[in-house]
Design a protein around this ligand. Sequence first.
Ligand code: NAD
Length: 499
Amino acid sequence: MTTTHITHWIGGQPWRRAARRHGEVYDPATGRITGRVDFADAAVVDEAVGAALGAFQQWRHTSMARRSTVLFAFRELLSARREKLADIIVSEHGKVHSDALGEIARGLEVVEYACGIPQLIKGGFTEQASTGVDVYSIRQPLGPVAVISPFNFPAMVPMWFFPIAVAAGNTVVVKPSEKDPSAANFLAALWREAGLPDGVFNVVHGDKPAVDRLLEHPDIKAVSFVGSTPVARHVYETGTRHGKRVQALGGAKNHMLVLPDADLDLAADAAVNAGFGAAGERCMAVSVLVAVDPVGDALVARIKERMAALTVGPGSAAGSEMGPLVTGIHRDKVTAYLDAGVTDGAALTVDGRKHPVEGEPGGFWLGPTLFDHVRPGMSVYDDEIFGPVLSVVRAPSFDEGLALINANPYGNGAALFTNDGGAARRFQHEVEVGMVGINVPIPVPVASYSFGGWKSSLFGDSHAYGEDGVKFFTRGKAVTQRWPDPSHGGINLGFPTHQ
Ligand code: NAD
């Protein structure tokens, strides 16, 4: 079987020199190797950063009108080609096609937000701050910036950052996950077609050496990272030590608290959707359900019923609701938690190994798994598993459920299911996470707000996209001006146009 060669995208075109190191890309639904991706060494990263630096000298001077024209063109192309991009995501990540379209839609949202850059980047103006003196503020781009992304959203996560970075006048080097690298190249080609000048958007593939070179490179001015907590911490510490602005989003253990007055059918649907969608490989997946007494038994029964009906199969098949895991190594790691949970004393209520699979035996399959009577101290509770494993913890009261969530080292998202407005208000006020859902299990904010967790789920001060994104990719300048003499622009009877 032939495999695709996937290489870097530097200065507006595919990189042509041979690489010394490579990675293998799999189709998770078959287990077969479908691609070979070049891994960048420091010299290749330097080439990409050089291209980004060269392009920055012109892009930062390009008018806002021109920049937003390119953004609008990119938006149109991305919208028109979404099916093709979804196919690429399915073939390397394994998630089902509708889910891939969903991640593209959420990325598009950020592109659309960035199309409004002339409005978003406006500064302030104070006339006559002192006699004859005006003061105003402007926001300017930083320079070449790096975006380092995880495997689980190969299109959406890079799009949390680069549309705003590019719109604001920066140039970008994206380092996607080596597990599903092709989506980033597809996006790079769309940018070129949209009219983005060469070198403004670059892609380097690879692993730790490529990331570490980006973190140390003196011409990279900011780093947006998304991935697991240990790597996020490394990226934050290394990047800031090298004088860069860094936002590093890490792992998660998202809890869903269900109160006895909740609509249990709604809560059970939400738990199954948010627990097993994308095979649990979402940073906003619900991995812990906290059932407040006495709803535990009724809720677990409803969840089991729904799990049994789930169709597990290839992401490309129309009927599949849940696809395979991303790699065989990851599937084996997740499966090991099933035995660990039993050893620790949790009740293995639904064993995903027994779930029927409508796919080739070589695929990286694991069906949905449910543990009941889970407690802190068990590895299935303490660790981010990042697979289709939902743990149910029983809590005697709202207060104890909330305390459990707040004691967790992660603080990405949390959801409350209830019909009690007072409890909901108290929850959103007291819960220590960055994103809260009230009867919404995956509260990923729309693009005009910002995405980010607290505690071990984010290192840095800025959340992704929205207002935080615009601030992250620009720096402020305040100008104090006095004009002793009147000045004018000469005679011009034409109607003013954008220049
Ligand atoms: P990962 O940390 O293994 O990899 C993320 C990126 O870092 C990849 O580009 C990878 O090549 C690079 N990398 C890996 N190890 C490195 C090292 N030692 N030094 C430098 N770079 C390294 O994460 P993943 O497995 O690709 O993605 C899953 C993780 O991402 C989960 O923990 C998930 O919760 C997290 N995630 C978080 C969010 C969020 O918004 N907080 C969103 C999506 C995913």
